[in-house]
Ligand binder design. Structure first.
Ligand code: UD1
Ligand code: CA
Length: 497
């Protein structure tokens, strides 16, 4: 039967109630624009799609095309005159015997619900079959209510037009309908502008069918599966449900979440069994985490692939990079832009790695910037080392081969190659390539003048400058100290020959 179905997705509306100045259909829900939810649903069911676009149509169409995979035909509704008018605009594309109409802002619907709807439609041979749900908060919502019509049949009354007892228990309209093409052909023009807003409501077709003796049937489903999005609060509620659902799916596959309510996992994420995800972690984009990893508190990983048995210590930002097995990253590390951190390596605290490869068993444990660098295996990058990759106009590469020891606080001026098994001294500025098995120094030589201070008198008197008046150079117990504003020491005389 599903082969007889074609779908119309309504996505032209202005999203005024969202108040963001942007089409709600572009808003991401767990990393996927809202409009892609019905598309992926229909793609899975192999139901051909026509989408009505209008408001911000270029942006909506490009969000759909970027995510591609399944052909979507577009029809433009130039003026947004209501859901009924949107359907009228699609008249030329009606081909199959059954038309599935689905609001673009209903992202949580499942394949099973659509299959059940088709089944009900066939079973009851109705002209229209639509989805309903019980919703206790109907009185404070914008959903259309399913009511008994004046003729004793069925009708949908839009929230703004409802005049009955608003607190009476009620079924709401989900905005998902199956309609016989023959009925649509015959009655679509019977829809007229409705109520104060003078919009053409597609929902009025239910009363028209019922009044004209056509069968109308309904399928009741859980409210959460058909929630719509008109406001940011509704968007938040839907994303919470989707996010919780994803976390639960990963729990079922052996992923331990220490604070599941505080974790954000996007739809495109994959997590291996035995991995522990702690609180405040954001796993977004196409992030893939292997088995038995620990992703500690407050980490953000976007489009990152992590191997097995790797630990990301807390407070790291990692994006568009690959981290292999048995690696330690962080705390407080920033790894970005196409970096590759190979097996058994360590990227420690306050280390930034950009567009670089870090070889196996290599360590950069403290306070470094590694940019546009290719670092071999078993390399030690001393604390405070910086690759100077940018000369103000261009970026240059730094290559450090295997088994190199870079002393602490090195400044490596690229382009630069440090060949294997070499050693650079702490505090060096290295500007020239270093051949293999070499020791390179690039720093001012220390000069020590023994006894020099004795010839100047008491060293502490020097520090507490006699020029400073009052108590500036002394604390309350009469001891000297450095740091008073008028304290003065001419260090140049100490270091100059
Ligand atoms: C609609 C239903 C309401 C139902 C609710 C379910 C109507 C008149 N009302 O109300 O009974 O309970 O959905 O969520 O249908 N759109 C267009 N062109 C337009 C207007 C809207 O394409 O001119 C699109 C919107 O982009 C949206 C969908 O149609 O994706 C529904 O429109 P919306 O304004 O959200 O309808 P609701 O007021 O929620
Ligand atoms: Ca809506």
């Amino acid at each position: 039967m599903i082969t007889q179905v074609q779908a119309l997705i309504l996505a032209a509306g202005k999203s005024t109630r969202l108040n963001t100045g942007k089409s709600k259909l572009l808003e991401p829900i767990c990393g996927q624009p809202m409009i892609m939810y019905p598309i992926r649903l229909l793609e899975a069911l192999q139901i051909p799609i026509t989408m009505v676009v209008g408001y911000q149509k270029e942006e909506v169409m490009s969000a759909v095309q970027d995510a591609a995979g399944f052909p979507v035909q577009f029809v433009t509704q130039e003026e947004q005159r209501g859901t009924g008018h949107a359907i009228m605009c699609t008249r030329d594309v009606w081909q199959k015997s059954t038309i599935l109409i689905i609001n673009g802002d209903t992202p949580l619907t499942t394949q099973q619900i659509i299959k059940d709807l088709v089944h009900k439609h066939v079973q009851t041979d109705a002209a229209i079959t639509f989805i309903t749900a019980h919703y206790a908060e109907a009185a404070r919502s914008g959903y259309g209510r399913v009511c008994v019509s004046e003729q004793g049949g069925i009708k949908i009354v839009e929230a703004r037009n409802f005049t009955g007892d608003s607190e009476s228990p009620c079924c709401i309209n989900a905005g998902i309908y199956l309609v016989k093409k023959t009925f649509l052909d015959a009655y679509i023009d019977a829809l007229v502008p409705n109520g104060l807003t003078k919009e053409i409501y597609f929902t009025d077709l239910v009363k028209i069918a019922s009044d004209n003796g056509y069968g109308v049937s309904t399928l009741s489903v859980p409210f959460d599966s058909i929630r719509g999005v008109n406001t940011l609060q509704e968007l938040w509620a839907i994303e919470q449900i989707q996010r919780a659902d994803l976390v639960k799916q990963w729990m079922d596959r052996g992923v331990r979440f220490s604070m599941p309510q505080q974790v954000h996992v996007d739809l495109g994420v994959h997590i291996g069994a035995g991995t522990v995800i702690k609180g405040g972690v954001h796993l977004t984009g196409n992030t893939i985490i292997g088995n038995n990893c620990t992703i500690a508190e407050f980490n953000s990983l976007h489009n990152v692939s992590v191997g097995d048995n790797t630990t990301i210590h807390s407070h790291c930002i990692i994006a568009d990079s690959q981290i292999q097995d048995n690696v330690h990253v962080g705390p407080f590390a920033h790894v970005r832009t196409n970096s590759l951190i190979q097996n058994n390596s360590v990227i420690g605290n306050f280390v930034e790695v950009k567009n670089s490869t870090i070889g196996e068993h290599t360590k950069a444990k403290h306070l470094s910037y590694v940019g546009d660098a290719h670092i071999g295996s078993k390399v030690n990058i001393g604390a405070g080392t910086i690759t100077c990759n940018y000369d103000g106009a261009q970026k240059h590469a730094t290559i450090i081969e295997d088994n190199v020891f870079i002393g602490s606080n090195n400044t490596l001026v690229a382009p630069l190659t440090i060949h294997k098994n070499s050693f650079t001294a702490a505090g060096s500025t290295i500007t020239k390539n270093v051949p293999e098995y070499s020791l390179a120094f690039g720093r001012a030589r220390q000069v020590t003048k023994e006894g020099y201070m004795r010839s100047q008198g008491d060293a502490q008197k020097m520090v507490t400058d006699p020029l400073s008046a009052g108590n500036d150079g002394q604390n309350s117990s009469g001891q000297s100290f450095i740091g008073a504003t008028k304290t003065h020491i001419d260090t140049s005389t100490v270091y100059l020959d």
